[in-house]
Ligand binder design. Structure first.
Ligand code: SF4
Ligand code: F3S
Length: 112
């Protein structure tokens, strides 16, 4: 199993999650993060750290698409290991539905 980053990270990107990961398997896009499913050791410590509740175990229903999403972008975006300021839109965009279709950017993040 693995944990994955899901829709509600988009346009928030709080980054509290990256500091607790023991294997540094978060990767940064312009407006969201992803977890590499093959590097995640399923420790679960990142899940409660996310203010947006965006990190889910793949054992929950309908997670297959998110596992593939996380895998795809973790292979092309830079690793991120240090917390940074949330996006300026974090508060207003937390909980907004349909962010993947409306707001997701494929551009890489700036990394550490
Ligand atoms: Fe890292 Fe553990 Fe979260 Fe996986 S579950 S991304 S290993 S902190
Ligand atoms: Fe995103 Fe939550 Fe981490 S909003 S950057 S998964 S703390």
């Amino acid at each position: 199993m693995t944990y994955v980053v899901t829709d509600n990270c988009i346009m928030c990107k709080y980054t509290d999650c990256v500091e607790v990961c023991p294997v540094d398997c978060f990767y940064e896009g312009e407006n969201t993060l992803v977890i590499h499913p093959d590097e995640c050791i399923d420790c679960g410590v990142c899940e409660p750290e996310c203010p947006a509740d965006a990190i889910r175990p793949d054992t929950e229903p309908a997670m297959d698409e998110w596992v593939e999403f996380n895998r795809k972008y973790s292979e092309i975006w830079p690793v991120i290991t240090q917390k940074k300021e949330p996006l300026p839109t974090a508060t207003e965009m937390d909980g907004v539905p349909g962010k993947l279709a409306k707001y997701f950017s494929e551009a890489p993040g700036e990394s550490d």
